[in-house]
Design a protein. Structure first.
Ligand code: AMP
Length: 460
């Protein structure tokens, strides 16, 4: 039997692969608009980066890491999240010393968690995220949330709910932990095994427990909002007022604690219900961290970050029918008739590709009808037909596969001719039902948009 993929991993094929590229490119270009620069950290880190960084009480470190000894006997781990590895990268390369703060970094790539595979939950999945390090302003938190929200909006996702909470500063969390211990003490013997160890390591984690029998006790536990220091309360108020001022909708959820130990102050999650009513839970999440960098041996700088789960985002885009325009299409399918035309045809394909068009070509000696079928299956806009005569006369026949008209173009004029064709196709005037004419976009009162004046400089 052929070997299958590893449980919890998935192959990304065809339209889905295009969807990944589209989503990642929207995320990257928006992060750059907000002043973030890309970093690529290794998939493999020493285990300590995560055990110290993410924290011993998190489920990720306790149960979900792919950890093994390498051949030199060092314990290494496939990253289960990005933030701790990015902090290691920043500390080791002293980026905080050579850059203005906050240091604004974005990342994208696979992460690995040994979780029970189910819908929307994989063992290898992809995250895109940002970290803004070295500034404690609450406005830094707001800017990060604004970036995440604008990414979701740019992708066309309308039904996002932002849940937000504060875990407060160290004083808040110390007081809150003491209160939680006192509250859970009489119940803990009857709670799940995980909760028992969370009680010892970090009682805050108990609030994340998913075991149904434990929920009634957990739901009545004290809330962090009752323990907030004045400073944390004031900080959180600034975050909420600024989100309001930016018109970003949110819900304060005082049960939100997040699964990773390093968070402090602002924490948030992006939840999604598709337009068809399906609930996808969290498609992204993040928060502020006060001591992570220091815990990893760096300077005492705070940070804020978030990450999106790309698989979940693609699922919701698909459910909301927002992936139609990522299907692969060709501009031209080049169809040489007979072996003698093939070299000439390859030259034609190269000319068109150099001019920026998406071109594929037929290498088989098959009937014209079958070549047309291939062109249609590949969703080509035009067929480029090249037979003996075309080679002799240094020309091609172009056929519009939608309206089925065909015409000739000499090789010298080919790029001008096809530029004109695409100019007309993309022209906003034509889309609006008017006649296309040279320079028509400029003469209209309507908005100039990208592509409407193909070949001209933007804004001309
Ligand atoms: P976290 O690092 O746990 O805060 O997760 C950030 C985002 O990654 C979540 O909101 C999900 O969208 C996504 N995510 C987390 N775990 C998985 C998983 N096992 N499979 C797919 N996506 C995940």
């Amino acid at each position: 039997m052929a070997t299958n993929n590893v449980k919890g991993t998935h192959d990304v094929i065809a339209t889905e692969a295009n969807a990944y590229s589209m989503v990642e490119s929207v995320m990257k270009s928006l992060a750059e608009l907000y002043g973030y620069n890309e970093v690529r950290s290794p998939v493999l880190e020493y285990t300590e980066v995560f055990s110290r960084g993410v924290g011993q009480s998190s489920d990720v470190v306790r149960k979900e890491m792919y950890t093994f000894d390498d051949k030199g006997g060092r314990s290494v781990t496939l990253r289960p999240e990005f933030t701790a590895g990015i902090m290691r990268l920043v500390i080791q390369n002293k980026l905080y010393a050579t850059n203005e703060l906050p240091l604004k970094l974005y990342y994208c790539g696979p992460v690995f968690r040994y979780e029970r595979p189910q819908l929307g939950r994989y063992r290898q999945f992809n995250q895109f995220g940002i970290e803004s390090i070295g500034h404690d302003s609450p406005y830094n938190d707001v800017e990060a949330i604004a970036l995440a929200y604008s990414i979701l909006q740019s992708l066309g996702l309308e039904n996002v709910t932002i849940k937000i909470n504060t875990l407060g500063d160290e004083e808040t969390r110390n007081n809150y932990r003491t209160a939680l211990r006192a509250y859970f003490e009489p119940h803990i013997d009857n709670m799940c095994e995980d909760c028992k160890s969370r009680f010892e390591l970090n009682p805050l984690r108990i609030l994340d427990c998913k075991v149904d029998e434990d929920r009634p006790i957990i739901d009545k536990a004290p809330k962090v909002s009752d323990f907030l220091s004045e400073a944390s309360k004031a900080r959180f108020d600034v975050v909420l007022e600024s989100l309001d001022a930016l018109g970003i909708p949110f819900e304060v959820d005082d049960a939100l604690v997040r699964g990773l130990d390093y968070y402090s102050e602002t924490v948030f999650e992006f939840h999604y219900q598709s337009l068809k009513g399906n609930n996808y839970g969290a498609i992204g999440a993040g928060g502020h961290y006060g001591k992570l960098m220091k815990d990893l041996g760096g300077p005492d700088y705070p940070g804020i970050g978030f990450s999106f789960g790309i698989e979940r985002i693609i699922s919701v885009l698909s459910d909301d029918d927002l992936l139609q325009n990522v299907e692969s299409k060709l501009d031209f399918y080049v169809m040489p008739i007979g072996d003698e035309s093939r070299q000439f045809a390859l030259g034609v394909a190269t000319i068109l590709r150099s001019a920026g068009y998406k071109v594929d070509m037929c290498f088989d000696n098959i009937k014209m009808g079958n070549m047309f079928k291939r062109a249609t299956n590949k969703r080509a806009k035009y067929a480029v037909i090249i037979g003996e005569n075309e080679v002799k006369d240094n020309k091609v026949v172009l056929k519009d596969l939608e309206v089925q008209t065909q015409f000739e173009a000499s090789i010298e004029e080919l790029v001008d001719v096809v530029d004109d064709l695409f100019d007309q196709d993309e022209c906003c005037c034509k889309k609006e039902g008017n006649e296309h004419h040279e320079g028509c976009c400029h003469n209209q009162e309507g908005e100039h948009h990208h592509g409407c004046c193909h070949n001209k400089k933007e804004g001309e």
